[in-house]
Design a binder for this molecule. Sequence first.
Ligand code: ZN
Length: 133
Amino acid sequence: MIGKVDHIGIAVSNLDESVKFYSEILGLALHGTEVVEEQKVKVAFLPVGDTEVELLEATSPESPIAKFIEAKGQGVQHIAFRVENIEAALEEMKAKGIRLIDEKPRYGAGGARIAFLHPKSTNGVLIELCERK
Ligand code: ZN
């Protein structure tokens, strides 16, 4: 079911500062940014090999990213796995007794269709399933 690690989602409090680190220090190329209103985040995309680092900055205190940073500080927030068919993947997870945050796929940065699995069902890791056409 899982194809590869699609991206690693990292919660940051200052996007420009973090982009600087990944581009100027680590040498990754910034491939653009996007504001995802629904999630109240601004996302920066930095491809690395056949996966990607996604830096996420909250655009509102209600953002899940703001809440994450408040509780845990900056850092890795989720791991996204690429799947071929997200509906089928969600059905499979449900059938295996995994608690879902998203019963149905929703819009994700970069035009992906995404859904999160609940960390209580995954030994503490927020896992995102991600389908891209
Ligand atoms: Zn993600």
